[in-house]
Write a protein that binds this ligand. Sequence first.
Ligand code: FAD
Length: 391
Amino acid sequence: MNTPSDPSSKPPKAVIIGGSLGGLFAGTMLRTIGWDVDIYERSKHDLDSRGGGIVLQPDVVQVLRRIQVNINQLDLGVESHNRIVLNQDGTTRSNETAPQVQTSWSLIYSSLQSVFDDENYHRGKRFVGVNQDTGAKTVTAHFEDGTSDSGDLLIGADGGGSSVRSLLWSDSEPTYAGYLAWRGLVPEKEMSEVSRDVLHGHFGFANGDQSHMLGYLVPGDGNDTREGQRYYNWVWYRTASREQLTEIMTDRNGRERGYSMPEGLLAPRWQEHVYNEATEILPRPFTEIVHATSAPFAQAIRDLTVTKMVQGRVILLGDSAFIPRPHTAASTSKAAANAIALADELSGVNGIEIDEALRRWEKPQLELGQYLHTQGVRSGNYLMFHRVTPS
Ligand SMILES: Cc1cc2nc3c(=O)[nH]c(=O)nc-3n(C[C@H](O)[C@H](O)[C@H](O)COP(=O)(O)OP(=O)(O)OC[C@H]3O[C@@H](n4cnc5c(N)ncnc54)[C@H](O)[C@@H]3O)c2cc1C
C-alpha cells in the first residue's frame, strides 16, 4: 500500500458526498493509498435496484481487484454468448458470436459497500452546503441535520442532480434528450418458451422507429449467478415529449419523481401503456418479455457536461460531472476510471501538492467525459431519430 510522503503526519482526508457507485469507487480507491475517508449518503437505507443490469467493463474489475475484493470473473456476472438482432416480425436480422459479461448494479454496490462500516459510511446525511478555507487548504461539508465534516478534499459523487455541482457549478445542469428507457427484470424461470428459445443466454436487440430494445441475463437476488436463479434484464428506449415525461414520472400515488421511476411505483395507466406498445411494436420474444414483467420502471435519458471538474479542494466525479447516454454502457466504468486516476495522482502526495495532483487528474477526466458524451449523443440520436451527428 502506498502512503502519503511524510509517515509521521496525519493521513489526508476525503469527505465524499454520495454513497452510490461513484462515491464508493472513490472511497475504496483512496483508502488503498492511505487516505482517511468518510462517505455521506442522503438515503437512510441501503441503496437497492434489485439487480438492474450493467455491462461489466474493465475499469470496474480493476477497482475490485485493487481493493482486493475476492473475485473471479464468473462470480462477477453472467456471460452472454452471441449478439442477436431481431426484425419486427421476430425473424433474425443478424446473429454473431460476441461473448460479454453482464453484471448488476447491486452486485457492484454490495461488493464495494462491504468494505466500509457504519463509522465511515454515514446514512441519512443530506449535504446542503460547503465552504473552503483557501489558506488552510481545508474544505467543510455541511449537512441538513446541522452537522459538518472537514477534510483536505471534498468529492461530489452525488449523481446527476448533484447539490455540490449546483452550489459551485451553477451553470451546468442536465438536459432531457427527448427519450426515456423503460426497464424491467423478469425471473429467468418466468421467461416464456418463445423468449427463452430466441433470447436466453444472448445479448438481444430490436431496432424500430423511435424504438430501441435490448436485453440480457444478469445475476439474480443475492447476486446469484446460477442457472435458473438469474434475471432477464431489458431496456426499451422510446421517445416521449416533455409533457409525456412529466406524466410518466408522476407515480401511482401522484408524487412527481423527476427523472426516474422506481420499480413498483409506475402508475397503472403507464404500465398498461408499456404492455400495449410492446404488443404493437416489438418482435414476439421481446413482447413476451415485457408482458412477463410485473413491475416495469423508467429512467429519462439526460445529457450533462462540465468544463471543469476541480474548484479548489472540491471535485466532481461520476454522474455529477458527465452523464453519458447509456448506449455507451460507460457511466459506471467512467466513475471507476475517475476514481482509479484520482488515487493514482494522489498516491504519496500531501499538503499543497494535492492541488497540483488535482490539476493533473482533471484534464484526462474532462477528455474522457467529453468523449463519452459525444459518442453517446451520436449513438442515441442515430438509434432514436435516425439523425447523423457530424464528427
Ligand atoms: C439506486 C440506484 C440504482 C441504480 N441502478 C443502475 C442500474 O441498474 N444500471 C446502471 O447502469 N446504472 C444504475 N444506476 C446509476 C449508476 O450507478 C450511475 O450511473 C453510475 O454508477 C455513476 O454513479 P454515481 O455514483 O456518480 O451517481 P448515482 O448513482 O446517481 O449516485 C449518487 C448518490 O448520491 C446521493 N446523493 C444525492 N444528493 C445527495 C446529497 N445532497 N447529500 C448526500 N447524498 C446525496 C444519492 O442518494 C445517490 O446515492 C443506479 C443508481 C442508483 C442510485
